[in-house]
Design a protein around this ligand. Structure first.
Ligand code: CAA
Ligand code: FAD
Length: 385
């Protein structure tokens, strides 16, 4: 049994969704986790299962084939999946909180009618912003788009793109007018069959079942009707959606930390040394209690940011805090969990070491920890000066 959340702010619908996702994660994802990690490959049946469970259009309206649920519901799903496998969690997270949200928020009626049902039912998406020379400095991107008649021609490459091995739908950020600086950045919808080349697939420390590839665009021809939100609006789309997306990564890290805790703590009450369960030594009890406090703070920050976003209140600072803190908590709790299980925690058998490997990415993607701190600090400066 998985520990229930102690936070009592969920609607009945969100609670039911949490339980359904727990069952899917434990029964369907659970048996495949180790194999997927070792093969560094997502099992296609998991992606199919996510679509069948209605978890790939969580906030998409039922008119467009989605579940019509709240933003907090999406966060609940990401958290629950991460308890069992952070790779499956990020696949679902990118698809929902970045890809679907961009189309839902900035798409024209025609674009929404065309793409949202596909994204809810069968087409996996990816979000292509980062490049070899622009990670934190995302708006310095070098991919160029040139208008020719009723098309744009895109040249350049993207790096680190999650889901790109399995995706058919790509949101590509390219600059149509570099003389305007980042105000030339434009968001395009592309599909794989337009000629996107999937190049190097990264071999990673963690979230190894989640694909991360370089993409090359060599005169990629995209119809002008596939511009999202208008020319030059891409930078705002990217950062406004990332502000929300960061709550998703906070939830992924929270779920990961809870997953490691749920695996290791029961072991400490079974394993005996010096004639007593190791979890009853005060040295262990205090570490476990500290981890529980860490989890609670990460949970409060994450769901506070989620509700603020949902209620239309300012949430950017809170989202940055939640992502920054949850990714720290994930590393700490997953690291402690290995130690609590001793030698067996260090082996692949228990699955605990994987949480620790998977935790490291939380401080890197969707804005590094320094970028989150910079975001928080900018708000503090505005508030106090
Ligand atoms: N929210 C809203 N607007 C913001 C903003 C924020 N958090 N940060 C900056 N902006 C706006 C500014 O208001 C300004 O817009 P205007 O000119 O219209 O006022 C514009 O962005 C440029 O501002 P700055 O000059 O201050 O920004 P910068 O160029 O120094 O850096 C940034 C901006 C690129 C957004 C940077 O702060 C950042 O967040 N870098 C991290 C990039 C990132 O998160 N990448 C994630 C890729 S996707 C991914 O990683 C997915 C995955 O792994 C799963
Ligand atoms: P850099 O920006 O080079 O940062 C290196 C170090 O310098 C960091 O510690 C950073 O904090 C620090 N630093 C940089 N600038 C500053 C500053 N101004 N102040 C203080 N410190 C600073 N991108 C996408 O677009 N789509 C995806 O789907 C996607 N998925 C990813 C999946 C994985 C597994 C990984 C590893 C990355 C993914 N990314 C994706 C890219 C990710 O968002 C970037 O890696 C991240 O934004 C950091 O950029 P960088 O790797 O170039 O590091």
């Amino acid at each position: 049994a998985l520990a229930p959340t102690s936070l009592d702010v969920f609607t009945e619908e969100e609670q039911m969704l949490r339980e359904a996702v727990q069952r899917f994660a434990v029964d369907v994802v659970g048996p495949k986790v180790r194999e997927m990690d070792e093969n560094e490959c997502m099992d296609p049946s998991i992606i199919k299962g996510l679509f069948e469970q209605g978890l790939m259009g969580i906030e998409t309206s039922p008119d467009h084939g989605g579940a019509g649920c709240s933003f907090t519901s999406a966060i609940v799903v990401i958290e629950e999946l991460a308890k069992i496998d952070p790779s499956v969690s990020v696949l679902c997270d990118v698809h929902n909180t970045l890809v679907n949200t961009v189309v839902r928020t900035y798409g024209t009626q025609e674009q929404k009618d065309k793409w949202l049902p596909l994204l809810a039912e069968k087409t996996l998406g990816s979000f292509c912003l980062s490049e070899p020379a622009s990670g934190s400095d995302a708006f310095a991107l070098q991919t160029r788009a040139k208008k020719e008649g009723d098309h744009y021609i895109i040249n350049g490459s993207k790096m680190w793109i999650t889901n790109s091995s399995e995706a058919d739908f790509f949101l590509i950020f390219a600059n149509v007018d570099p003389s305007k600086g980042y105000k030339g950045i434009t968001c395009f919808i592309a599909t794989k069959d337009m000629g996107i080349q999937i190049a190097k697939k990264e071999q990673k420390l963690g979230i190894r079942a989640s694909s991360t590839c370089t993409l090359n665009f060599d005169d990629l021809k995209i119809p002008a009707e596939n511009v999202l939100g208008g020319e030059g609006k891409g930078y705002k789309i990217a950062i406004e959606i990332l502000n929300e997306g960061r709550i998703g990564i906070a939830a992924q890290m929270l779920g990961l930390a809870q997953g490691a805790f749920d695996k290791a703590v029961p072991y400490t009450y079974q394993r005996k040394q010096f004639g007593q369960p190791i979890g009853t030594f005060q040295g262990m009890q205090f570490q476990i209690a500290q981890a529980a406090v860490d989890l609670e703070t990460a949970r409060l920050l994450t769901y506070n940011a989620a509700r603020r976003k949902e209620e239309g209140k300012p949430f950017t600072k809170e989202a940055a805090m939640a992502k920054y803190w949850s990714s720290q908590v994930a590393q700490r709790v997953a690291g402690s969990a290995i130690e609590w299980a001793g030698g067996v925690g260090f082996t692949r058998e228990t699955g605990i070491e994987k949480y620790w490997r998977d935790s490291k990415i939380g401080a890197i993607y969707e804005g590094t920890s320094n970028i989150q701190l910079q975001t928080i600090a900018r708000f503090i400066q505005k508030e106090y000066s």
